[in-house]
Design a protein around this ligand. Structure first.
Ligand SMILES: *[C@@H]1O[C@H](CO)[C@@H](O)[C@H](O)[C@H]1NC(C)=O
Ligand SMILES: *[C@@H]1O[C@H](CO)[C@@H](O)[C@H](O)[C@H]1NC(C)=O
Ligand SMILES: *[C@@H]1O[C@H](CO)[C@@H](O)[C@H](O)[C@H]1NC(C)=O
Length: 364
């Protein structure tokens, strides 16, 4: 279905223009199905198996516990990708969300669901996430430079437990039942969205957004905190997306990466009894009961200059879901078939209740 619909919905732009500052030609977006849910983190804890907390990972199957750019070249070493564009063997990963039973303190992983905008043409069966690559939304210079192989970065801060403004593009949108398919309206991380977990039932699910910085120092593929080699351009988190103004310390304008992850909080997870007195029952897999610590990890892995060609074709041959004149696409079922076995096998709590968060992460 996906691959047929994709052609039909090419340049069907009304949903994006309804999002205010999002213009249909300013980004490429596509779905990636789940590669694996496991405790690994080659960015923050390279070599550690298992890593401290649970992640849900998509992209190329060369993903591993260690992803040293000296040893691993994802486009060469991946034999498949769970993303719809086959030249994209990048890895994209985030923490999982758990429901902590207020009744007995046990945990269950919140299931993910498809990002249904464009009627399910964004592919996230078996979980997964939607990736956007965006060019500046304001300013006159919309040219972006794709970073080099080995590039990686982190957005958000797992240690945050209060609203600080230090993680501008990190938010949650509480969806009404009627918004389940289309994800509501308004630019990502605009006024209705919250840095914290919603403190009310979200029967249509929660859409978690992670917006990465769009400015790079042009030199370092990584940095000790995985953040200081990149910076945000003005605009992000104030109801809009980045402008073309990169700071002099980080002068290279790179495509702005954004993730959307859909969580199915319908049914028992939306019971009003869990939301009294400002309380809410969700906790991130790293123990964060507030949601402010939401973060995402990114590891670049596009083949050759494919992403650059895609970004350069925005507004002409590429826009929104349709970049098939430039990028190679695979059938949805083939993306879904690209999975990996857990490297540290364990019950992630999708169908059973866990006595503690995986890895024994304390909720605090
Ligand atoms: C992951 O790394 C281990 C150890 O370096 C290696 O033996 C294994 O083949 C790698 N797996 C993949 C899928 O690359
Ligand atoms: C714990 O509580 C949840 C509901 O919050 C329930 O579904 C589950 O069965 C309970 N587990 C036990 C062991 O009582
Ligand atoms: C999406 O599906 C709904 C319900 O089936 C339908 O009303 C709507 O026209 C569809 N939209 C598109 C863009 O195909």
């Amino acid at each position: 279905m996906f691959w047929q619909l994709l052609v039909l919905v090419a340049l069907r732009v009304q949903d994006v223009s309804a999002q205010g500052k999002l213009g249909a030609s300013d980004f490429i977006r596509f779905g990636c199905s789940q590669l694996v849910v496991e405790r690994t983190d080659p960015l923050v804890n390279p070599g550690l198996l298992p890593s401290p907390h649970m992640h849900q990972i998509v992209g190329g199957n060369s993903f591993n516990v260690t992803m040293d750019p000296a040893d691993i070249d994802p486009p060469k070493q991946s034999t498949c990708t769970s993303c719809i564009y086959t030249e994209d063997t990048s890895n994209y990963w985030t923490a999982s969300i758990y429901f902590k039973s207020p009744e007995n303190g046990t945990f269950k992983r919140i299931p993910q669901m498809a990002n249904g905008r464009q009627n399910g043409t964004l592919l996230e069966q078996e979980g997964g996430l939607t990736v956007y690559y965006m060019r500046p939304f304001s300013g006159t210079n919309k040219k972006t430079v794709v970073p080099k192989p080995g590039f990686r970065m982190l957005a958000g801060d797992p240690n945050l437990r209060t609203k600080t403004g230090k993680a501008p593009g990190i938010c949650h949108r509480c969806l009404k039942a009627s918004e389940r398919t289309m994800g509501g309206s308004g630019a990502p991380c605009s006024s209705g969205d919250t840095s914290e977990f919603p403190n009310k039932p979200c029967p249509g699910g929660i859409r978690a957004t992670i917006i990465f910085p769009s400015c790079w120092d042009g030199v370092n593929l990584d940095s000790p905190d995985h953040k200081s080699h990149v910076a945000y351009a003005p605009g992000v988190g104030s109801g809009g997306l980045a402008s073309d103004k990169c700071p002099s310390t980080h002068p290279v304008r790179i495509p702005q990466v954004m993730y959307e992850i859909m969580y199915d909080t319908s049914g028992p997870f939306s019971d009003a009894k869990y939301f009294k007195d400002g309380k809410q029952p969700l906790v991130y897999s790293f123990g964060d009961p507030t949601g402010h610590g939401q973060h995402g990890d990114y590891l670049f892995g596009w083949k050759d200059d494919s992403l650059q060609r895609g970004m350069d074709a925005l507004g002409t041959k590429c826009g929104s879901e349709d970049c098939t004149q430039i990028l190679k696409i695979q059938a949805g079922k083939d993306a879904i078939a690209c999975t990996k076995k857990q490297q540290a096998p364990e019950d992630v709590g999708t169908s059973s209740w866990l006595k503690e968060l995986p890895g024994g992460m304390m909720v605090a």
